[in-house]
Design a protein around this ligand. Structure first.
Ligand SMILES: [Zn+2]
Length: 117
């Protein structure tokens, strides 16, 4: 049993150059890339005081209660893109208390929302 399985298809809105880099990447590089990709994502999601969409975004669903939520959100990629907003994408949103006593929501990107049909 050494037949090769077909590689998974990249998302249609992923630029071809990025998709081809990912398809050629080793497992090691993919893991490292995944970790690296978290950083700009986290950076783009500054702590907020409420679960609310940024301009151009659309919150589809908020699940959970207390201090942990799962949020499905559509979001834009760039100006003049006819397909915006994209998604939904899944975020884990956690309410955290800062040292000064204020609370904020911390957004962690999980991945694209996959519908089980
Ligand atoms: Zn777009």
């Amino acid at each position: 049993m050494d037949e090769e399985t077909n590689p998974p298809k990249p998302p249609v809105d992923l630029p071809d150059d990025i998709a081809s880099v990912l398809q050629d990447a080793t497992v090691h590089d993919l893991r490292e890339g995944l970790i690296y990709a978290q950083e700009p994502l986290q950076h783009n999601h500054e702590p907020t005081e409420q679960i609310e969409p940024l301009p151009g975004e659309e919150i589809v669903e908020i699940k959970g209660e207390g201090k942990r939520f799962t949020v499905l959100k559509r979001q834009p990629c760039a100006d003049n893109c006819p397909d915006c907003p994209h998604g939904p994408y899944v975020y884990e949103v956690t309410q955290e208390k800062q040292l000064n006593g204020e609370t904020h929501f911390h957004w962690a990107f999980i991945g694209p929302y996959i519908v089980n049909e």
